[in-house]
Write a protein of this length. Structure first.
Length: 226
């Protein structure tokens, strides 16, 4: 009690005093003659106390063993939903496992005389303009003209890659504009051509980078003109 005064709470020290007093009273009753009723009652109390101490030691050992095991949520984690593999919910259907396995094997059997007649969906091929041909067309038209051209002047003409005029649909026209615009951006990035535009949504002017012919007084930051 003297050593624990500074570190143990006062309530715990009071419990120790009560326990010590009770044990001292039990010990004094056990020192009485054996034929005394108080001594026999003390024997019964001592036996009960001994059994309770043994049970307490077993509980403490079990608690220490449980504390060393992996704990759910700290060392191991549960699944979000329990699996129902191997269990049948509702009903009492009996399945012949051998017949079931043979049926599964037949599904994987691929006879040589079987012909797959299922139709396969194929996307329709679209006759659109590509970027590589747009690059070649831009460089060829700039070399032939010898001057700067607007983006619409670099579009494919009716007789360029147009064997059938009826195929000139709206989608094909849009592909001509997009492929020409993207090809001009790629050529400008590589330094083969220069792009310029006077105002937003004005025609985009394309010229060869090595050309000495000056462009009109226009901006060097193009925006979409189509």
């Amino acid at each position: 009690m003297e050593r624990a005064r500074a570190t143990i709470p006062l309530g715990h020290q009071a419990d120790w005093v009560v326990m010590a007093s009770w044990i001292l009273l039990l010990r004094s009753d056990l020192l009485l003659p054996r034929d005394a009723p108080a001594q026999q009652a003390a024997e019964r109390r001592a036996t009960d106390l001994r059994d309770r101490l043994v049970v307490l030691q077993e509980i403490q050992a079990l608690g220490a063993w449980l504390d060393q095991r992996p704990q759910l949520g700290r060392d191991v984690f549960a699944r979000g939903r329990s699996e129902a593999i191997g269990s049948v919910i509702g009903g009492s259907i009996e399945v012949d496992m051998i017949a079931f396995l043979w049926a599964c094997l037949e599904q994987f059997d691929d006879p040589t005389d079987a012909v797959d007649t299922r139709p396969i969906y194929r996307l329709p091929a679209l006759d659109l303009y590509g970027i590589p041909e747009a690059r070649d067309r831009i460089m060829r038209l700039l070399a032939e003209s010898g001057e700067a051209l607007s983006l619409d002047q670099l579009l494919p003409g009716p007789n360029q890659q147009m064997d059938q005029p009826q195929t000139e649909t709206r989608l094909r026209k849009r592909s001509a504009w997009s492929s020409t615009f993207v090809a001009s951006l790629e050529l400008a990035k590589q330094g083969d051509v220069a792009l310029a535009q006077a105002e937003n949504f004005d025609p985009i002017i394309v010229s060869v980078s090595s050309s000495d012919q000056p462009l009109p007084n226009i901006s060097s930051t193009p925006s979409a003109s189509p």
